[in-house]
Design a protein around this ligand. Sequence first.
Ligand code: ADP
Ligand code: MG
Length: 350
Amino acid sequence: MEQNEVILSVRDLEVQFTLRGQTLTAIRGISLDLLRGESLAIVGESGSGKSVFTKSFMGMLDNNGHVSGGSILYKGQDLAKYTSSAEWRKIRGHEIAMVFQDPMTSLNPLKTVGRQIQEAVELHQGLKGRAARQKTIEYLTDVGIPAPEKRYRQYPHEFSGGMRQRAVIATAMACNPEILICDEPTTALDVTIQAQIIELLRDMQKKYHLTIIYITHDLGVVAKVADRVAVMYAGDIIEIGTSYEIFYHARHPYTWALLSSLPQLGVKGEPLFSIQGTPPNLFKAIEGDAFAPRNPYALKIDYLIRPPYFELSPTHKVRSWLEDPRAPETAPPDTVQRMMARGREAADRV
Ligand SMILES: Nc1ncnc2c1ncn2[C@@H]1O[C@H](COP(=O)(O)OP(=O)(O)O)[C@@H](O)[C@H]1O
Ligand SMILES: [Mg+2]
């Protein structure tokens, strides 16, 4: 396997929605290369565009939305130009599959779990009858569903939340996709089950050589699974790097704010550096750095000109004027600095 082979290449992507005659720009010029076999986490507050971004490469945008600029290259095709459901059917499931927060949105309550997985096996792997059933039982076993023969005949409502999510993952695996997008896959589950599902996804990634995108607002989840982390704010990736770079060398004040809200930092409750204010109104054109009004470190220029990316390493880049040589020296808040220092020490000991 070639290292750093790009499997999906997004350039200058813009996505807009029309709402009551007004236009909202949800994705504001994202470029990203997804590498084959990696697990990339996309983090950011609710409403930052994580779901819209990934739905745009599955043809799953709501009807009032469309790709209004840029390209999404996958296997020589520009998915941004796809318009018909016939085109998308070749991609969705078969090439790129998705696991959502709520398993009930993916499972049909009127069909047995076994039948649903088997339909995917039949459609995507060309198996029939006994062979398809056999393969389905294998997937149920793979995803850790006990008594698979019995579970095969049951309906989604007879499964617990965690077991349902396992069934959804089995269905996704049965489609044999190259890329798996997991949109808040564990948010609806309780903590112990969350950990199990994350572990299962890691196992599936190894076994089936998947490229995975994890969408989450929970940086804690990210630490365990991601090779790289992309931080989104107001429809843009404002910092991206390896997990190590984002956790221990983050440079964007918004990333610092996210890091400071990690539970392990919340000594006696309150985080010391919470994000004040609200995200910008996406119906209006955004001048400068979208985060500026909430950024205690903002410079004058942040209100005027959108920052370019500054490259901090071949894998780490950040959209922040603080990296400009003319900007004053700026250090992260104390809590974040301490966390980063501890993390670096721990990582260096390994
Ligand atoms: N169908 C839609 N119509 C109008 N606005 C939408 C629609 N879907 C999403 N948006 C807007 O796009 C932005 C990004 O949403 P989303 O990707 O769901 O955020 P996230 O997944 O990060 O929580 C939000 O401002 C949201 O309100
Ligand atoms: Mg979302």
